[in-house]
Each structure stands twice: as C-alpha cells, then as structure tokens.
Design a protein around this ligand. Structure first.
Ligand SMILES: NC(=O)c1ccc[n+]([C@@H]2O[C@H](COP(=O)([O-])OP(=O)(O)OC[C@H]3O[C@@H](n4cnc5c(N)ncnc54)[C@H](O)[C@@H]3O)[C@@H](O)[C@H]2O)c1
Ligand SMILES: O=P(O)(O)OC[C@H]1O[C@H](O[C@H]2[C@H](O)[C@@H](O)[C@@H](O)O[C@@H]2CO)[C@H](O)[C@@H](O)[C@@H]1O
Ligand SMILES: [Mn+2]
Length: 462
C-alpha cells in the first residue's frame, strides 16, 4: 500500500472494527477471515456488540481464541453498550437477526400453515423479517453516527437485505451503509468450480434486486462461458461436489435441493442463470410440496450450525481445545474483501446493493438494485447494465413494489400497505391468503413489529 492511497476513514489502519450481532453463528468465521487477511486489513481492535449478552458471551471465547491464534496485540472487547462498541470505530459489520431463530421459525411455519412458501427472506417470511428489522437497523445507524468515526462505514449483511436497503434509503439516505449478500459469491464459487477455474478468474454480469436476480454472463479471460454453464445446469443444476465439500452447510438437504432447482428454472428460461432464490417465486408449489411444515430450515440450522458451534464453545470452555466448529467460506471472505476495498479505494468489482440511478436503464432511478459495482473509498460505483428484457423487468417491478410497500407499511404503521405488500408477493396466491398470513404474523410478532393500524374498519374511515 502506498501513501497516495485514499482511505475512506480517518486512518489507513490499524482499524477499530465492531461487529453488531456479535452473537451470530457467523461471527467466528468472519473473524477467522479477518485474521487470515490481517496483513491487508490491519486491525487494532475487534469489538463484539449484541443486545443478547448471554448468547454473545457463549460465542466470545471462541472468537477470542481465533484472534489469539493469530495476534497478541489486537484488543478484544465484548459489550452490549453501544458507546463502548462504537466509540471511534472505523468499520461496523452488521449481522443482526432481529427476533433470532425462534422468530425465523415462525416466519417459515406460519405461511406453510396456509400452504404458502415458508422462507427466511422470500415470501411472507421475508416480509415479516423486514417489518422486524428496518427500525432496529435505523437505530444501529444512529448509534454508529453518534459514536463512531465520522467517516465510518457500516457493511451490512443483516437480512432481509433488499428490504433493509430500501428502508435505509428511505429513512437514512445519507448514511454510509453498504448492503451486501453472499448468495452471488456462493453461486460464483460454484460457477468457477463447474468451469474448472479459480473463483477470481470469473467476472460476471448480473442484474436484479437482492435474492431476486440473474447472471447474464460469466467471463473467463474475456470469453463468455454461459453456454457451458447452461449444459452443466441442464444435467445437474448449479450443484458441484466442490460446493458441498468446501461449504458444509451446502451439504444440508435443503441447500442441495436449492442448487438442483436451478435446472428447472433454466429449463424454462434458459437465457440467464437465476439467483437460487428465484425458486421460491417461480416454482412455489413444488417448494411447498417438499417443505415439512413441522421442520423447516430454521430447525435444520438450530440442529446443525448453531448446535455444533455451541457444543464446541462448551467443550472449549471445559478443555481448552477448540474443534473444527465453524466455517469461513465465501461469507467471511466476501465481507472482508468489501471492507478492504472501501478502506483503501481498491475499486474491486463486487455485486452489491446500490441505488439504481440509471444503472438498469428501464428500472426506477431510486430502486435499490443488486448489480456489479466498483467499491471505492467513497462507496460503490455501479457498473451500467443497460436495458433488461420485459419478462425480467416485469418480475422485478412486482417484487420491488412489494418490498417498497412493506417499507411504507413499517414507516407509516399501515395495515393496508402491509396487506398490499403481502398480496403483491408472487409466492402468495390470493388476497385471502395474504390476509390470513398477515393476521397470524401480527400476533406472532407483537413484541417486534410497529403497530399496524387500519385506515378503514367495517367500511368506515378511522
Ligand atoms: N446478506 C446475506 O447474504 C447473509 C448471509 C448470511 C447471513 N445473513 C444474515 O446474518 C444475520 C446473522 O445470521 P445468524 O444465522 O448467524 O443469526 P444469529 O441469530 O445466530 O445471530 C444474530 C445475532 O443478532 C443479534 N441481534 C438481534 N437484534 C439485534 C440488535 N438490534 N442489535 C444487535 N444485535 C442484535 C442476536 O441477538 C443474535 O446474537 C441474519 O440477519 C442473517 O439473515 C445474511
Ligand atoms: O439457511 P441458512 O441460515 O444456512 O442460510 C441463509 C442464508 O443463505 C445465503 O447465504 C449462504 C451462502 O450462500 C453460502 O455460501 C454460505 O456462505 O452460507 C450462507 C448461509 O447459508 C443467503 O445469501 C443469505 O442471505 C441467507 O441468510
Ligand atoms: Mn443473501
């Protein structure tokens, strides 16, 4: 790194980094990734911040061990005090799950009771999660603005990222927040494995919203290898042996099915390679048929990733030996790469969420889209996509309207707008389904959602 490199924050490092949602199952993996890249992203201090100190205290010793295996000098702080967490911080990685896994379980199980897709970020489950997360995300931004370095960046993984991004755009348009998702990089990992090349050798073009988009090209040495990918997908979906081997979570039955489902999606629309999450919108009936209403992905995660990590933490406490309890993978690597590019103006090309501003010519200027962008010290510079075909434009516009209505419902406390959002979602067949699911969700989310008021009761304006 040379002296002329522009830094986004007030220092070129070592940085103070806070992780909001410190008790997350992903924290040890992200910190491991930070340690591996310490020479490129120097750190003075790592702070874990969580509103659930009990949960965070279980994870913290594992995180401390990961740090100490690599560095004696990095200060490590664990706190539930915003002032302690954010004072002078240069970067904040956000990964909050508002309502934790017990509410994820509700998000997935309530729609399934009504015969509708039950998923963490897609369909009614994602909308419910959005209603829980927008305001806590804004609160986090305000805390960071109050205490942190004035040029601090928040790099946000907290889901549902598309809705969070739109909420932040509406409520805190000037905040230095970059919303990211690891699904495209996970798909790129599989694409590279299929093509037999290194992940860094693949450059993709992509357009859409978060968890709602398509890869249009996959270039290797300037040659578009999409034709080869189509042939592989026609037989196997986007599944590779490598994915399961290098990412244990992706050996879980639900992920294997998800990668396989790229095959029917591309059989019908072979032009572009869909984000795996398109399965929920384009083949919801098959998804519901194969979902167990009593045992959803939340249960799989609690019985898998969470249990394994908590057991390893308990064993470490007892024996001082830390087993192989967590996974680094693309998730940890991606957020660190993005932060490095922000910190040192590296202008690396990554798929991130940005305000459209004409990048996709025939979508609204202010839509929060997911496209390739150069990550500079001043934030993302979106790469022009141009016009997209009518079919994709139509699908995206419907989803965008759904997500924007959900944000408006949250801000205005509007029952009608929430019902409109639920009705507009492609996974929801009728307005009656939308209402029944919404009403059940209002009850289940009474500790989390803003109060939704009806503008009309029995036909009378309130
Ligand atoms: N964008 C992506 O592609 C991507 C990828 C993976 C995970 N995620 C998201 O990362 C988050 C963490 O996932 P997980 O499965 O590890 O969940 P988790 O429940 O293990 O961890 C989330 C933590 O956030 C904490 N939290 C909740 N509300 C908070 C608040 N207001 N302030 C501070 N902390 C708060 C919880 O107490 C919990 O410890 C989720 O939002 C998940 O959806 C996003
Ligand atoms: O069901 P979960 O909690 O295991 O995962 C939900 C998340 O799925 C995506 O992230 C994957 C990523 O694709 C994969 O490569 C690896 O890093 O694991 C991640 C978690 O499984 C998705 O992008 C996230 O938004 C979801 O939260
Ligand atoms: Mn994601």
């Amino acid at each position: 790194m040379t002296d002329h490199v522009k830094s986004s924050v007030h220092t070129k490092g070592p940085f103070i980094l806070a992780i909001a949602g410190g008790g997350s199952t992903y924290t040890p993996g992200i910190v491991k990734s930070l340690m591996v890249k310490l020479a490129e992203f120097p750190l003075a201090e790592i702070r874990l911040y969580d509103i659930d100190s009990e949960r965070q205290n279980v994870i913290a010793p594992v995180v401390e061990k990961v740090i100490r295996d690599h560095s004696d000098s990095i200060k490590f702080t664990v706190t539930s005090e915003p002032e302690v967490a954010f004072s002078g911080a240069h970067f904040v990685f956000a990964q909050m799950r508002v309502g934790q896994y017990s509410m994820r379980e509700q998000d997935e199980k309530i729609p399934l009771r009504h015969g509708v897709v039950g998923q963490e970020t897609c369909g009614p489950g994602g909308l419910a999660y959005g209603l829980r997360t927008i305001l806590p995300m804004v609160e986090l931004i305000d805390l960071v603005e109050r205490y942190a370095d004035k040029k601090a960046w928040i790099v946000n993984y907290s889901n549902p990222a598309a809705i969070v991004a739109e909420g932040v755009r509406r409520l805190r348009p000037d905040a230095r927040v970059l919303n990211i998702c690891d699904m495209p990089v996970a798909a790129m990992r599989n694409i590279a494995a299929i093509l037999g090349v290194d992940r860094d050798a693949v450059t993709v073009n992509y357009f859409g919203l978060n968890h709602f988009g398509w890869f249009t090209h996959a270039f290797v040495d300037g040659v578009d290898r999409m034709p080869e990918l189509r042939k592989h997908v026609a037989k196997f979906g986007l599944l590779t042996e490598d994915a399961a081997a290098t990412d244990p979570q992706h050996a879980d039955p639900s992920w294997v099915k998800t990668w396989r489902n790229i095959q029917p999606l591309m059989e019908h629309f072979p032009e572009y390679l869909p984000n795996p999450y398109m399965q929920y919108y384009l083949m919801p009936n098959q998804i519901v048929e194969h979902q167990d209403p009593d045992y959803t992905r939340a249960n799989e995660v609690m019985d898998g990733r969470e249990k394994k990590l908590f057991a390893a933490a308990a064993e470490y406490k007892k024996t001082g030996i830390l087993s192989d309890a967590f996974h680094v993978g693309v998730h940890g690597a991606f957020i660190v790469d993005v932060a490095r590019s922000l910190a040192f103006d590296l202008r690396q090309r990554h798929l991130v969420m940005v305000e459209n501003r004409g990048a996709i010519a025939n979508l609204p200027y202010d839509a929060m889209v997911e496209v390739p962008a150069y990550i500079t010290s001043q934030g993302p510079e979106a790469i022009t996509v141009g016009k997209i075909p009518l079919f994709y434009k139509g699908l995206i516009e419907q989803q965008l309207a759904c997500e924007q209505l959900l944000v408006e419902a949250t801000i205005e406390g509007s029952y009608e707008k929430a019902l409109q959002a639920f009705t507009l979602n492609r996974t929801v067949p009728t307005m009656q389904h939308a209402k029944a699911i919404l009403d059940d969700m209002i009850e289940a989310n009474s500790d989390y959602w803003p109060k939704l008021k009806k503008a009309f009761v029995d036909g009378v304006a309130q």
